[in-house]
Design a protein around this ligand. Structure first.
Ligand SMILES: *[C@@H]1O[C@H](CO)[C@@H](O)[C@H](O)[C@H]1NC(C)=O
Ligand SMILES: *[C@@H]1O[C@H](CO)[C@@H](O)[C@H](O)[C@H]1NC(C)=O
Ligand SMILES: *[C@@H]1O[C@H](CO)[C@@H](O)[C@H](O)[C@H]1NC(C)=O
Ligand SMILES: *[C@@H]1O[C@H](CO)[C@@H](O)[C@H](O)[C@H]1NC(C)=O
Length: 383
């Protein structure tokens, strides 16, 4: 069977594909492929952490933040473990699919190693996301040794900008970038590091950390703008206190860890502020901010409305709620058979189905979940 056909089967042969679209009424308004053909961005450039990584870290020596082993990828075509922290596709793929691509563009580090296809590949877009990374340079380094922070991802994009300019010239590059979608999903690891590395931090020091985080994020986004990015699709931090790892580490796994969730909410506020400021400073900048906190909470409040039966434990892992160990082949983890009924694939990450729900909401959701406009409106926006 052709690879593309196998992909389509993967997503839509299952009866819950229809179920999802049917039930989504509440979360995302009118995603109907027949209604209108989505305008396709010129290219998609993706930045961020494990929510978006499609194999970057496979190429990072000594990184401990990797997923290129089974059972990760069990529902990917041919059950290939690609490096995605998912049973199948992740949010980067689902967003790209909604805009007419087969899946996420390849990781930059992959394309670098495949010189014969490098030029054609980068003209479609590039994925720079690195699992375990953050906005701060040092985030994730203690736990995972080697990750690519957002600042380094932006530097790699500068290289790509140079390469594309070499191919099509500066004017065409500017035009191409102004019509491209820049997706950024990052921040969770900065907040997790704060809690794990500074357990007794004072309130004022926490505020200072968050302020510094906001400023650093501001600078990275401005750098992207200066390289030509105009349409920013930003995804905020989900309720990290509700993931199996956080629940399993706490006294009462039936409730989410409030401290972590408060940080996620504060981060959303700050991101909203910074995007508001930035878009008033930078001519032609447009953005859409996805509120992953609200999206996830609405699923936790009514899982059955989304066809989900288990929103607390990980499908793959070990220990309480399968939330003590990652989905590592080495530890012979538990693996649920009914993956489409789970919100979480492993101790931190959503299942393929949950990431599809998120992507549909970003694409076509209302202002409770994505503001001031949704991703489809962002891409359709004419400059
Ligand atoms: C891309 O740009 C970098 C930095 O200028 C350069 O070293 C590299 O050779 C370029 N790659 C291609 C394929 O043009
Ligand atoms: C944090 O405070 C607790 C008691 O409140 C103490 O037992 C612990 O050693 C402190 N941790 C650090 C890293 O200072
Ligand atoms: C966990 O429970 C014990 C006993 O009830 C309590 O002393 C401790 O403070 C709790 N720890 C946390 C992190 O809530
Ligand atoms: C979001 O996107 C959809 C589909 O493109 C659009 O029809 C809808 O009006 C948007 N929703 C809101 C609340 O803006």
């Amino acid at each position: 069977m052709a690879k593309a056909a196998a992909d389509d089967l993967l997503l839509c042969a299952s009866s819950f594909c229809f179920l999802v679209l049917f039930l989504l009424g509440d979360l995302s308004a009118n995603v109907n492929a027949d209604d209108e053909v989505a305008p396709k961005p010129a290219a998609i450039f993706i930045f961020g952490d494990s929510t978006m990584d499609v194999g970057t870290n496979n190429w990072l020596p000594a990184s401990r933040s990797r997923a290129d082993f089974s059972p990760n990828g069990i529902d990917f075509p041919y059950s290939v473990p690609t490096g995605r922290f998912s049973n199948g596709l992740n949010s980067a793929d689902h967003i790209a699919r909604l805009f007419g691509y087969q899946r996420s563009p390849q990781p930059f580090l992959y394309s670098l190693k495949h010189q014969s296809t490098f030029k054609t590949a980068i003209l479609q877009g590039v994925n720079f996301a690195s699992a375990g990374s953050g906005i701060f340079k040092q985030t994730g380094k203690k736990k995972f040794r080697n990750v690519l922070p957002l600042g380094d991802q932006v530097k790699q994009f500068a290289t790509v900008q140079g390469n594309i300019t070499g191919l099509i010239g500066p004017g065409a590059t500017d035009l191409m970038f102004s019509r491209s979608l820049f997706v950024i999903s990052i921040g969770s690891n900065d907040l997790l590091d704060l809690v794990e590395l500074f357990p007794n931090i004072s309130t004022s020091a926490t505020v200072a950390y968050l302020d510094n985080l906001k400023l650093t994020y501001h600078n990275h986004l401005k750098d992207l703008y200066n390289l030509g990015a105009r349409k920013f699709g930003i995804i905020s931090v989900p309720p990290i206190g509700c993931c199996p790892a956080a629940r399993a580490a706490s006294n009462d796994s039936s409730v989410c860890v409030n401290g972590l969730n408060k940080l996620a909410q504060a981060f959303f506020q700050q991101t909203q502020d910074l995007l508001h400021t930035l878009s008033s400073e930078l001519k032609g900048m447009k953005y859409s901010l996805g509120n992953a906190y609200e999206m996830t909470m609405s699923i936790l409040e009514d899982p059955l409305a989304f066809g989900l039966k288990d929103t607390q434990s990980a499908c793959c892992g070990a220990g309480p709620l399968n939330g003590k160990s990652p989905c590592l082949f080495l530890i012979n983890p538990n693996l649920c058979p009914n993956r489409h009924e789970f919100l979480f694939w492993d101790l931190f990450h959503p299942t393929e189905l949950a990431s599809e729900l998120a992507a549909l909401t970003l694409y076509g959701g209302g202002t409770r979940y994505v503001t001031p406009i949704n991703f489809s409106q962002l891409v359709a926006f004419d400059d």
